[in-house]
Design a protein around this ligand. Structure first.
Ligand code: 13P
Length: 343
């Protein structure tokens, strides 16, 4: 039994970790998907959310750049325009379906920060259901807000433990866990502060994983880059972001981890691609695969073109594939800014 689960985990890692490809995050909750749709003047209903997923997931050629997609629960039982369940549609293309399993953020009343404790209860049973629906990996996101008094040591500790417990339960069920400790870009903080917080967070996370006896070899880290706050003065350059990010990850992430897939976290699509590319042109050797698991940086331009309208579908899919391709090139250090003109 134990061995079978381990074989499943190893096989999934093999399929979702490949140089030159990445993981698409298409797991916006109903609330977040609604925000995305409202921004393009489209009402959010179950059907328009299905159309939104259809637009992205059925983009012709997606499998050339994407080998795993993180889905939201609602999408698991929805179908493409051709009537195929989305997890099945992806699997047929050789793309592994995954699932966001945390239940979102919860406010802590007396502090200027949030915590993601929701979702651990009954997780094992939910994983079994998701597995039946074709999901082979999962994602759990925790966030850390940088402000004068945050993130607190308490939140760093709790989030680390939650991530480790979640990862353990996933592995027991043969589901590869993606852990996402996201240090938010929001704020005026410097790149130094971002580095300090990310270091503290990652150290605690890997300590908790060890205590919980999570197998690092069948786990994926989805993490933030070391970057200035989005409202900071004199934001650090692409070069600086890449250097600091690579340096810190080498310092704190165990070499046996198979893959680091960055989140975009509110970077513009161009920034997210340029940063990833620069990380790969620093001339450093990494023990892990280094790729992307973007949501906004991959989908943003496509949503803008789409505007919820059928007549824009093909052009929107083209915009999505264009970003997927550029990010794929970035994972090999082969992206060039001039390529942005090609679309
Ligand atoms: P962004 O790339 O938009 O940050 O989304 C990644 C993600 O999965 C957030 O949970």
């Amino acid at each position: 039994m134990v061995n079978l689960t381990n074989e499943e985990l190893k096989q999934t890692i093999k399929e979702i970790v490949t140089v030159g490809k990445g993981i698409l995050a298409a797991d916006e909750s109903v609330k977040t998907a609604t925000k995305r749709l409202v921004a393009i003047n489209t009402e959010s209903t179950e059907e328009t959310r299905r159309q939104y997923r259809n637009m992205i997931l059925t983009s012709p050629g997606i499998e050339k750049y994407i080998l795993g997609v993180i889905l939201f629960e609602e999408t698991l039982s929805q179908k493409s325009n051709d009537g195929v369940l989305f997890p099945e549609f992806l699997a047929k293309l050789g793309i592994v379906p995954g699932i966001k399993v945390d239940k979102g953020l919860e406010d802590i009343n007396d502090k200027d920060e949030q915590i993601t404790t929701k979702g651990l209860e009954g997780l094992g049973e939910r994983l079994e259901e998701y597995k039946k629906m074709g999901c082979r990996f999962a994602k759990w996101r925790v966030v850390y807000l940088i402000s004068k008094n945050t993130p607190s040591d308490e939140i760093i500790e709790i989030n680390a433990q939650d991530l480790a417990r979640y990862a353990k339960v996933c592995q027991e069920h043969g589901i590869v866990p993606i852990i996402e400790p996201e240090v938010l870009i929001d704020g005026t903080h410097s790149i130094d502060k971002s580095e300090e917080v990310n270091e503290k967070v990652l150290i605690k996370v890997f300590e908790a994983l060890e205590e919980e006896e999570v197998d690092i070899k069948t786990l994926i880290l989805k993490t933030s880059m070391i970057i200035s706050g989005n409202q900071a003065n004199n934001r650090a350059s692409v070069d600086e972001v890449a250097k600091r990010t690579a340096q810190l990850l080498k310092k704190v992430v165990p070499p046996e981890l198979p893959s680091i897939n960055f989140l975009s976290g509110g970077q513009t699509p161009l920034e997210a691609t340029a940063h990833l590319n620069r990380i790969h042109t620093l001339g450093k050797e990494f023990p892990w695969n280094v790729s992307f698991s973007y949501a906004r940086a991959l989908q943003g331009p496509a949503l803008k073109v789409w505007q919820g309208k059928d007549e824009n579908l093909l052009a929107a899919q083209k915009a999505f594939i264009f970003r997927a391709k550029l990010n794929s090139l970035a994972t090999k250090g082969k992206y060039k800014e001039e390529m942005e003109e090609e679309v």
